[in-house]
Design a binder for this molecule. Structure first.
Ligand SMILES: *Cc1c(COP(=O)(O)O)cnc(C)c1O
Length: 420
């Protein structure tokens, strides 16, 4: 398979490895900022356009703060995510709270912050009213069911736990109007890692048409539609990224044809993309610890699936570059593994790579979103550091590696040793 370009030059990564122990996730600030600016520029036709960065993708305060500086809001779905947004100065309607199966205290916090509350179910309307009081702006999440094809990660919409059916939506907005709410938005999120831009044009069409029907039937107008996230990135060599410009033009076309043509007032387009914002601008840097030769050849790294769960969880492809060896023939077939006592702890299966030796530095591409964030502590594995390469070439540690003390912080050996 062809090579995939490193986001950060090889010599730079090798110099960072001299100063920071592997494994670590490394992000490229310049790449993230340029990407954010391109997105905002592409949607400049739409007054009030906003991207709410899906915090769950890379919940690091420095990353969320630098995206705030570029004009992004935050899409949060839990109490700690709301607190993270609040603590980097994202306020009020710059926060979208898109949750499901939501506990009362999260609604209370979201309401207190003045966040846009996006309800996942019609019953949540009363629940919200009871626990937090009604906001003056409400949004509901639409699940189009069989009207829309799903994809591998999120599954078919009618199998997905999220959102309201179409008939529930009509009931929900009517109920909201009767309760005195005057400001409305509509949301959906039906794809994950989707690389075909047409998919998003169809989603926009579906939502815009629904906005027209809902507003006519109920007698309300909408302020925004949130098209969700789910925009894919080219994990595999040879795949093509979705250009923000192409995405924007296709959505604008639908906007003119449906929203404008029906005389609906201006509508703000919102996105809550995570993967396509930071995904390509991060990588996991690791080192080969052991080579093993049994029924197959194994390259064991100092990283494990607790550093990057996607390959084990979804069978996801992440490209691997071996530093200083990328030019050599890729003529040895390896399973690239971690050290967890789980046989699915593999970053790659049957991957053709150059001949590896202990000490080789491995770069696993495209871990800038849903990478470190999905980490866990099973097998007492400690999560790695996160580093940020600044535009001036300097490197800062934006999350330290976990320690054994962190791991034991929630239990007590005194309790254990006095336990009879
Ligand atoms: C995960 C998630 C996103 C972000 O998804 P990406 O694939 O990272 O773009 C956005 N909105 C909601 C509600 C999500 O659950």
């Amino acid at each position: 398979m062809s090579e995939k370009k490193l986001i950060i030059p090889e010599e730079k990564i090798l110099s960072i490895v001299n100063n920071y122990p592997t494994p670590f996730h490394l992000y490229d600030e310049r790449g993230i900022r340029d990407n954010a600016r391109e997105l905002i520029k592409a949607f400049s036709w739409n007054k009030g356009f906003k991207e709410f960065f899906a915090v769950k993708a890379t919940p690091n305060p420095v990353i969320v703060k630098l995206l705030k500086d570029e004009g992004f809001g935050a899409d949060c779905s839990s109490l700690p995510e709301l607190v993270l947004a609040e603590r980097v100065g994202i306020r009020g309607e710059e926060i979208m709270f898109t949750s499901n199966d939501t506990p009362a205290e999260e609604f209370i916090k979201a309401k207190e912050l003045g966040a846009i509350i996006n309800l996942d179910d019609i019953r949540h309307f009363d629940y919200l009213a009871r626990h937090a009081g009604l906001p003056d702006l409400i949004c509901f999440r639409y699940n189009p069911g069989p009207l829309k094809e799903g994809n591998l990660i999120i599954g078919h919409p009618e199998e997905a736990k999220y959102g309201l059916t179409e008939s529930q939506l009509f009931e929900a907005y009517k109920m909201a109007k009767e309760s005195g709410i005057k400001r409305f938005g509509l949301h959906t999120m039906v794809a994950s890692n989707e690389l075909n831009p047409t998919y998003f044009f169809e989603t926009a069409e579906l939502l815009f048409e629904l906005v027209i029907r809902l507003s006519k039937e109920i007698g309300i107008t909408f302020e925004f539609v949130n098209l969700g996230g789910g925009i894919g990135i080219p994990y595999r060599p040879g795949e093509t990224p979705i250009s923000w410009k192409v995405l924007s033009v296709g959505i604008q076309e639908k906007y003119e044809q449906i929203i404008k043509a029906n005389g609906h007032p201006d509508l703000r387009i919102y996105l809550e993309s995570g993967r396509a914002i930071t995904g390509p601008y991060g990588c996991l840097v690791s080192r080969v610890l052991h080579i093993k030769d049994t029924y197959k050849k194994y390259a064991g790294l100092d990283a494990s699936m607790h550093n990057l769960m996607r390959p084990a969880m979804y069978g996801a492809y992440h490209h691997i570059t071996v530093l200083k060896k990328a030019h050599l023939p890729h003529n040895v077939k390896y399973d690239v593994t971690g050290s967890l006592c789980e046989n699915n702890d593999k970053f790659a299966i049957d991957r053709m790579l150059p001949e590896l030796e202990p000490g080789d530095i491995i770069v696993i591409h495209d871990t800038g979103a849903h990478g470190h964030a999905m980490g866990f502590n099973y097998n007492a594995k400690l999560r790695s550091a996160e580093l940020l390469l600044r535009p001036d070439g300097s490197v800062i540690q934006i999350r330290r590696p976990e320690t054994i003390d962190d791991y034991f912080a929630t239990v007590s050996f005194d309790q254990a040793n006095s336990f009879v």
